[in-house]
Design a protein around this ligand. Structure first.
Ligand SMILES: Cc1cc2nc3c(=O)[nH]c(=O)nc-3n(C[C@H](O)[C@H](O)[C@H](O)COP(=O)(O)OP(=O)(O)OC[C@H]3O[C@@H](n4cnc5c(N)ncnc54)[C@H](O)[C@@H]3O)c2cc1C
Length: 477
């Protein structure tokens, strides 16, 4: 009998699940439920005038062989290699990013760099004699890597700005997952002797797909060759085990029409917090409800500014650790590839993170645009009279917040979810993972393999065990 499968959410993870399920069983009957008006999730692009921007720029890089082969197969001829150029606005001047010690010397003078070297050496020496500075958190890992002085000058402000919390309340995994520039020793080594290709702590080159990341979504969708039902603008409102081995998925359509469909198996890539809320009404578990209450995602506003100039900067990413701008990061899509916009103008996109319900979340688009333009003028990037148009886009689930207790909490959640046969929660939102597209694609393949090919009798137990491996994925900035 044909197996009926629901995939909740149609980002790259959901698409990868469907692609692999169809490879394993070409007769499988797949339905996607997607709340947005089109597929792609975080890997979609925005348009303003004749310019296109990803929702957060999406460079393509992977260390996972299965995803490397897959991407090569579906988009190898389209992807282009781009030289990375990023800059940071530090104390009123632009420096290269990742920071180069000589640039820091130029901008800050010898005092801070000597203090940075001294604090880095003191920290290393302290550890050698067994003084390790207490329990680990984001700050202890970063100060170990950079020394307290450089941490205070660059990392502290940026971290506070992005996460809006004291960095000592963040888990060390946030520092570990974003190996970024490496430590001070790696910074110096990179400048003096360079790094071997494939072992970089910061990408010097990356792949990009001309036209924007949504093109990658289109190519993945093409691979499905129309073999699935994709219901967009259908928000999942409830997921319920029927007790007879089937699942009931209730969705709300654009016209307010509510519908319930029955499936043999469900793969959910929607935020795990939402999924837990739905399941809790059918099988309450107070300890899990308590864990779920503490799980939060940071949101991100993208303020897109269309500028009457062919190019605004020479960089792809621009970083703003200081308090003189409301935005923490910016990007200029045309510097990723010339196909991202017409010749006469350029688009600059500024990212502003916030917590759900805080002052920024409630500020309103007008205030965010005003404060963004003030910041752009302050940095000398854009004058107000050059701005043609603006657009504000909100991404409610951007980064999962790893606080000090998050691992214990997640362990509890995975154990609970493993008790629902026929349901797997997968992907960045589904596994509460700070990850990249390649990781989501890999997890999608693994979920399908485990469920249909490797452990069809008990996939949940096996899949949630593998989650620990997924937590070790690293993001090379
Ligand atoms: C600012 C930013 C920059 C990034 N840069 C890069 C980069 O340079 N390179 C890289 O590889 N990765 C990057 N990433 C990460 C990448 O975007 C993600 O890892 C990947 O797209 C996640 O895919 P996913 O399918 O797991 O989740 P998502 O794309 O989040 O998919 C989840 C889907 O579920 C849908 N959904 C949610 N709730 C419901 C509901 N109730 N009912 C129905 N549907 C629902 C959503 O609309 C969405 O389509 C970046 C991410 C961000 C936020």
């Amino acid at each position: 009998m044909t197996s009926r499968v629901a995939i909740l959410g149609s980002g790259v993870c959901g698409l990868a699940i469907a692609i692999r399920l169809r490879e394993i069983d070409p007769d499988i009957d797949i339905t996607f439920f997607e709340s947005e008006d089109r597929i792609g999730g975080l890997a979609r692009s925005l348009t303003l005038g004749d310019q296109v921007a990803d929702m957060g720029p999406h460079r393509i890089h992977t260390e996972l062989p299965d995803v490397q082969a897959f991407l090569h197969d579906i988009a190898g001829e389209e992807m282009v290699r781009v030289e990375r150029r990023s800059r940071m606005w530090l104390r009123g001047q632009w420096i290269d990013y990742p920071p180069n010690p000589f640039e820091i010397l130029r901008v800050l003078g010898p005092g801070p760099i000597v203090a940075a070297m001294t604090s880095f050496a003191a920290g290393t020496l302290g550890r050698l004699v067994g003084r390790d500075g207490g329990p680990e958190n984001f700050e202890t890992v970063m100060t170990r890597a950079f020394g307290t002085e450089l941490y205070r000058l660059i990392v502290l402000g940026y971290t506070r700005k992005v996460w809006k919390v004291d960095p000592r309340t963040l888990h060390a995994d946030i520092a570990r997952v974003r190996v970024s520039a490496g430590g001070l020793d790696r910074l110096v080594k990179r400048v003096l002797v360079g790094e071997k290709e494939g072992q970089e702590t910061a990408l010097r080159r990356f792949y990009y797909i001309p036209g924007g990341v949504e093109r990658l979504v289109t190519v993945m969708h093409n691979r499905l060759a129309g073999a699935c039902r994709i219901e967009t603008r259908r928000r999942v409102a409830d997921v319920r085990p029927m007790g007879d081995g089937h699942w009931a998925v209730t969705t709300d359509g654009p016209d307010g029409g509510r519908r319930t469909d029955s499936f043999d198996r469900v793969f959910s890539t929607i935020p795990v917090t939402d999924l837990l809320d739905m399941l809790h009404t059918h099988r309450p578990a107070p300890a899990v409800a308590e864990a779920r209450r503490e799980m939060r995602f940071i949101a991100n506003f993208l303020v897109c500014v269309l500028v009457d100039r062919p190019r605004v900067s020479d960089s792809q990413w621009l970083y703003f650790p200081g308090g003189d701008t409301i935005f923490n990061r910016g990007y200029e899509p045309k510097n990723f590839h010339s196909t991202m916009g017409g010749d006469q103008r350029s688009l600059l996109v500024l990212e502003i993170t916030c917590h759900h319900g805080d002052a920024i979340w409630n500020a309103g688009d007008g205030a965010l645009v005003r404060r963004t333009l003030e910041g752009l003028e302050r940095t000398g990037l854009v004058r107000r009279d050059e701005v043609r148009e603006t657009l504000v886009h909100r991404i409610p689930h951007t980064y999962p917040v790893y606080d000090l207790d998050y691992r214990r909490r997640l362990g509890r959640v995975w154990r609970y979810l493993a008790g629902f046969p026929g349901l797997l929660s997968v992907g960045r939102q589904g596994l509460f993972l700070h990850n990249n597209m390649d990781h989501s694609i890999h997890m999608g393949f693994r979920a399908a393999d485990v469920a249909l090919r490797e452990h069809p009798a008990d996939p949940e137990r096996h899949f949630y065990r593998e989650v620990r491996r997924f937590q070790k994925f690293r993001i090379v900035d």
